[in-house]
Design a protein around this ligand. Structure first.
Ligand SMILES: CSCCC(=O)C(=O)O
Ligand SMILES: [Fe+2]
Length: 184
């Protein structure tokens, strides 16, 4: 099960857990209600044939996919990339990641502007909505390999905060205020 919690205010060493004292965990259901972030558990040993990932891809129209490896050895301009991943930003499209190996943290802001840290590892698929402020960091294992998906031609461009006037941000805030109810 995905492991998510509210963060403390300590800004040193982004690779650590940064739990509050006492820890304040959040469930997947609550995470969705508070942020619109979606989560799926997928078997990394059987996903190529069990149809679970295929169904999600088909239903959501994920026509593009590739793989990203974040490690000093594999990622060109590693330090620079990691720095930009961890700078608070948003995208005009969903950020979809399915972790195959390794681990890391996606941090997302809730409606009260509090950071929620989502620990991901092999088998975790996370869908970060467009317009939400978020960031990514490796943890103390310093390695992650993940699939990236996209509807149509991929756009990875981050818009650093503040980006409050962007249409995708306004749409996100609107959905947040409505509690992420899906149209029947
Ligand atoms: C787990 S994927 C690494 C992070 C990333 O691709 C991103 O933040 O855009
Ligand atoms: Fe991002």
């Amino acid at each position: 099960m995905v492991n998510a919690w509210y963060m403390d205010n300590d800004t040193t060493n982004q690779c650590l857990e940064h739990h509050r004292n006492p820890p304040e965990y959040i469930t997947v259901e609550h995470l969705y209600k508070k942020t619109g972030v979606e989560y799926f558990k997928i078997n990394v040993d059987t996903y190529k044939t069990d149809g679970i990932l295929d169904k999600i891809k088909e239903e959501r129209g994920y026509s593009y996919e590739d793989e990203i490896v974040c490690s000093k050895e594999c990622l060109p301009n590693f330090e620079e990339k990691l720095k930009s991943f961890f700078t608070e930003h948003l995208h005009t499209d969903e950020e979809i990641r399915f972790v195959l190996e390794g681990s890391g943290y996606f941090d997302v802001r809730d409606g009260d502007d509090q950071w929620i840290r989502i620990a991901v590892s092999a088998g975790d698929m996370i869908i970060i909505p467009s317009g939400i402020y978020h960031r990514f960091t490796l943890d103390t294992n310093h390695f992650i390999r993940a699939k990236r998906f996209f509807v149509g031609e991929p756009v990875w461009l981050p818009y650093n905060r503040p980006a409050d006037d962007m249409p995708c941000r306004k749409e996100y805030v609107d959905k947040l205020q409505k509690g992420f109810v899906t149209a029947a």
